[in-house]
Ligand binder design. Structure first.
Ligand SMILES: NC(=O)c1ccc[n+]([C@@H]2O[C@H](COP(=O)([O-])OP(=O)(O)OC[C@H]3O[C@@H](n4cnc5c(N)ncnc54)[C@H](O)[C@@H]3O)[C@@H](O)[C@H]2O)c1
Length: 286
């Protein structure tokens, strides 16, 4: 039971890749986890182990189940290890060049029917696919952080993606216990697009002196949002959120609807990047 043949692969063992590998393995798949860095693989596996231990301590899964899930994940720095995978999810650094180069190499080792998915947040799935020999099998699978916890996955149809691949991807995502939503390959897809005014309007409201950041966060929480815009930005990383704003703005040819607020950049320039920096819109201990 524990030793499932490898039918899935994740490229990149960082924050997202390790979480996605955990999701796939939890559904019963054997998963090859590939990264250029052995250290990143060790860290990724440690993160998965920690997540599973937490699940065990909360009595959500048994110790035995946790061991089974872990044993289905096969870390490697050798790309050949992904050869038997039918589902490959790429979650390496957010660079078009790196992603295109890696997927072109993956195509050399996997079967023709394998689906190549990208977890990109801000690049065009169409552009990533254009670097491959068979762009019809390239689809976006945009997971949210933390992948094992967040139910939503955007299934992104690039311009050349085969509609059958999109349908197969929707089913696959469901089999992983997630909620797929079909989206077009447009800047920000769906979630990052609707999130833009949430963030930029919040800056404008504060800039216009209508409310303080903490007031706005509290009001939006009481209106039903899990977090207000400023506390959410501190969690995401103010630099990451700013990069998403710029990417959507540029992606829509500088449509003023998506124009970032100057204070967003000022925060980034000052190094107040959120929780990870100990300070952002709020101060954090340790
Ligand atoms: N962090 C998020 O909140 C989030 C959410 C959704 C999507 N994404 C997307 O997921 C992808 C990964 O983001 P992350 O936050 O996990 O990044 P990360 O920096 O935590 O991890 C990236 C990993 O890729 C590895 N890597 C780099 N080049 C490689 C190569 N050529 N071959 C194999 N491995 C390579 C690195 O060693 C690193 O372990 C990005 O495309 C990002 O836009 C991120």
């Amino acid at each position: 039971m524990a030793d499932q043949p490898v039918s899935g692969a994740v490229l990149g063992a960082g924050t997202m890749g390790s979480g996605i590998a955990q999701v796939m393995a939890s559904s019963g798949m054997g998963v090859a986890l590939y990264d250029v860095s052995g250290k990143a693989l060790d860290k990724g596996i440690r993160m998965i182990r920690r997540n599973l231990d937490r699940q065990v301590s909360k009595r959500r899964i048994s110790q035995e189940k946790a061991e089974q899930i872990l044993s289905r994940i096969h870390p490697s720095t050798q790309l050949e290890e992904v050869a038997s995978a039918k589902w490959i999810v790429e979650a390496v650094v957010e660079s078009l060049e790196v992603k295109q180069d890696l997927l072109a190499r993956v195509e050399q080792v996997v079967k023709q029917e394998a689906v190549l998915a990208t977890n990109t947040s801000s690049l065009s799935v169409t552009a990533i696919a254009a670097g491959t020999q068979h762009p019809r099998r390239v689809v976006g699978l945009h997971f949210f952080n933390p992948a094992p916890v967040m139910p939503l996955v955007e299934v992104v149809a690039g311009k050349m993606t085969d509609p059958e691949v999109v349908e197969k991807a929707v089913e696959k995502v469901q089999s992983w216990g997630k909620d797929p939503v079909r989206v077009k390959d447009m800047p920000g897809f769906l979630v990052n697009r609707v999130a833009r005014p949430f963030h930029s309007e919040a800056y404008r409201i504060v800039g216009d002196g209508i409310a303080k950041k903490s007031q706005l966060d509290r009001i939006l929480r009481s209106a039903g949002f899990k977090m207000g815009p400023f506390e959410l930005q501190d969690l995401i990383g103010i630099d990451i959120n700013y990069a998403a704003s710029v990417s959507v703005y540029e992606g829509f040819f500088q449509d003023p609807r998506f124009r970032p607020h100057p204070d967003q950049r000022r925060m980034v320039d000052s190094g107040a990047l959120g929780r990870k920096a100990g300070r952002g819109h709020y101060l954090y201990d340790g």
